[in-house]
Design a protein around this ligand. Structure first.
Ligand SMILES: C[S@@+](CC[C@H](N)C(=O)[O-])C[C@H]1O[C@@H](n2cnc3c(N)ncnc32)[C@H](O)[C@@H]1O
Length: 206
């Protein structure tokens, strides 16, 4: 597994390594000073200074958080082109955005199928620390979807249907509200997957 662009600290790489102790986890960061600092902070982690150009290995999972959100549409396409050779066939890239503290996030699930990267789904997650409403996700949507939140679009339809399900099932506890609303939504929408609800995830096939 590779955590691409871990940033000022390799804490997300450390969390990944702790969550998957039987997997090799690598932190890749193009800012060499950040890698040097992170190597002192987390001496047991495998950290590499460099970017995605010129794949040096292949992984089953790549995570890229808060890198694509600052890019143009062409920039994201170029990023995906660089991601492809880092994945084994069938491997997955999770590319997405979070709020500052990581309490709310959305990630594209991009799977390598031979020579291309295919979008399978958008995963929406919160740990409930900021309360819950489906519209909480609006600010952390991938750039192209954020621009698309208007009547008649698939993302608007999802959030509007989710809002109705939430209004019908909501309670005082944010995660209970998330779970109840997604469970209700999944009964009316085949594109909503409620299997990962216990961990606070809603998977939308789009
Ligand atoms: C906004 S920070 C995100 C940090 C962390 N992933 C997070 O979510 O908090 C983006 C980081 O990604 C690094 N970065 C951007 N593009 C990269 C690339 N192609 N390869 C490796 N690192 C990259 C930048 O140097 C920066 O440290």
């Amino acid at each position: 597994m590779i955590d691409v662009g871990f940033g000022v600290s390799a804490v997300t790489t450390a969390e990944l390594a702790a969550a998957f102790p039987t997997h090799e986890v690598l932190g890749l960061e193009q800012d060499a000073a950040r890698v040097a600092a992170a190597s002192l902070e987390f001496p047991s982690l495998a950290l590499l200074a460099g970017g995605l150009e010129g794949a040096q290995r292949q992984a089953l999972v790549l995570r890229i958080a808060n890198v694509g959100r600052g890019l143009s549409r062409d920039g994201v396409a170029a990023l995906y082109e660089q991601v492809l050779p880092w994945l084994v066939d069938g491997g997955v890239c999770l590319e997405g955005s979070t709020d500052v503290e990581g309490h709310v996030s959305t990630f594209w699930v991009l799977r390598r199928r031979g020579p291309s990267l295919q979008r399978e789904a958008l995963v929406l997650h919160t740990d409930g620390a900021r309360g819950f409403s489906p519209w909480l996700f609006r600010d952390v949507l991938p750039r192209e979807l954020r621009r698309d939140v208007r009547e008649g679009t698939p993302i608007f339809s999802l959030l509007t249907d989710w809002e109705a399900a939430w209004q019908a099932t909501r309670s005082a506890e944010p995660l209970a509200s998330l779970r109840a609303s997604v469970a209700a939504l999944a009964t009316t929408r085949a594109d909503v997957d409620a299997r990962f609800l216990e961990q606070g995830f809603c998977r939308w096939s789009c």
